[in-house]
Write a protein that binds this ligand. Structure first.
Ligand code: NAD
Ligand code: MG
Length: 384
């Protein structure tokens, strides 16, 4: 039995992971965490016989303590206590946003294997995260579907000479606004932006998919995970989301990873690695699909991808600033405090002013994240 901790278990990825764990005979769930949905978290804990949870929001933690006889952790030391106290073999980090960085850092520092859905960890602190994994020997298994696919494809070529894999291609569905011009995006609503055509996801990543920032974050994530130069990373729009990623090799071959869009596949791969488990899913039927289509990204309508690439190339704290600005802007859009197009404008304005540092200690990253949030909030206030 491998002991598993799931962080962010009340979210989209977390709940799908719990369903998979319920049917697994080799995983024992030992701890859970959430931000504030304490009733759902406790119901999950009871169902899976977990006696220890972390609730980040203090008021929600108080309510949970009053209502439940298990252990409810909260406060600055709670995350380390939860992760170390559980002595896990594997942690699934399904927290959303830069709030997930601390969990990634603690897990890898302890040499514990990490199934990483929280792509923001690799955007905000990729250099630090990769260094920690290398130093402790902990395995970092991506849950993001494109990166899970790339991980598998690259592993299949691992016996080859260095340089055999020449290019990585990440596919993007294009989101709900694929095909719209910049002027057509001026008046789109929150409801339209949340209505993703192929994936069911949390609110923040759904907006990131609509702006294409999600793909920008994913290019940075791929750069960090696989050490691939930005010039060798490519994005193509593929509305059906059947091809999850592709690698191109020196001899002219390209290898792709295919499947219906279902996050259970990469989650199960990460939870059971290196074993593949049987999932009750439809086999891929190419004749029924009929055709797969591809298009180039419209960079004028979707400037977030270019902003992310520029921040990734700049390196240091630039991706951290980009991510923080994006989190504040997306929250504002969801709250009807800015328009869809203003999301990228707020991020660009924040990056323009920011002092980028080429160091990456945890404290430097936290300070850069905080300063960028403050700067974006000020730009936001100036819009009103
Ligand atoms: P979600 O909004 O549905 O869930 C987020 C979870 O994080 C919740 O359980 C919430 O309680 C928890 N959380 C938030 N702030 C926290 C904090 N400060 N401390 C502890 N817990 C906190 O998000 P999601 O769609 O499940 O996405 C989670 C992560 O996985 C994101 O980084 C996202 O980019 C990534 N991801 C998601 C999908 C998907 O299909 N949903 C696909 C690929 C990658
Ligand atoms: Mg993805």
């Amino acid at each position: 039995m491998r002991k598993l901790v799931i962080l962010g278990s009340t979210g989209s990825i977390g709940t799908q992971a719990l369903e998979l764990v319920a049917g697994a005979d080799d995983l024992e769930l030992v701890a859970l965490s959430a931000d504030r949905r304490w009733e759902q978290l406790i119901a999950q804990a009871d169902e899976h016989r977990v006696r220890r949870v972390l609730i980040a929001d203090p008021e929600s933690a108080e309510k949970a303590r009053a209502a439940w006889d298990g252990e409810v952790l909260n406060g600055p030391e709670a995350l380390a206590e939860l992760i170390l106290g559980a002595e896990p073999d594997l942690v699934l980090n399904a927290i959303v946003g830069s709030a997930g960085l601390a969990a990634t850092v603690i897990t890898l520092s302890e040499g514990v294997d990490l199934a990483l859905a929280n792509k923001e960890s690799l955007v905000v602190g990729g250099d630090l995260v990769i260094e920690l994994a290398a130093a402790t020997g902990a395995r970092l298994i991506p849950v993001d579907s494109e990166h899970s696919a790339l991980d598998q494809l690259i592993a299949s070529e691992s016996g080859q000479m260095p340089g055999t894999v020449e290019r990585l291609t990440l596919t993007a569905s294009g989101g709900p606004f694929r095909g719209r011009s910049r002027s057509e995006l001026a008046s789109v609503t929150v409801e339209e932006a949340l209505n993703h055509p192929t994936w069911q996801m949390g609110g923040k990543i759904s907006i990131d998919s609509a702006t294409l920032m999600n793909k920008g974050l994913e290019v940075i994530e791929a750069h960090q995970l696989f050490g691939t130069a930005y010039d060798q990373l490519e994005v193509v729009i593929h509305p059906q989301s059947i091809i999850h990623s592709m690698i191109s090799l020196a001899d002219g071959s390209s290898l792709a990873h295919l499947g219906y869009p279902d996050m259970k596949v990469p989650i199960a791969y990460a939870l059971h690695y290196p074993r593949r488990v049987k999932l009750a899913l439809e086999p891929l039927d190419l004749a029924q699909l009929g055709s797969l289509t591809f298009e180039a990204v419209d960079e004028e309508a979707f400037p977030c991808l270019g902003l992310a690439l520029a921040a990734g190339r700049e390196g240091g704290t630039a991706p951290c600033v980009l991510n923080a600005a994006n989190e504040v802007a997306v929250a504002a859009f969801l709250d009807h405090r800015c328009s869809f197009l203003q999301i990228s404008e707020l991020i660009a304005a924040t990056l323009d002013d920011a002092r980028i540092e080429q160091t990456y200690s945890f404290d430097t990253l936290i300070a850069a994240d905080r300063a960028a949030r403050q700067a974006t909030s000020e730009h936001l206030a100036a819009l009103a």
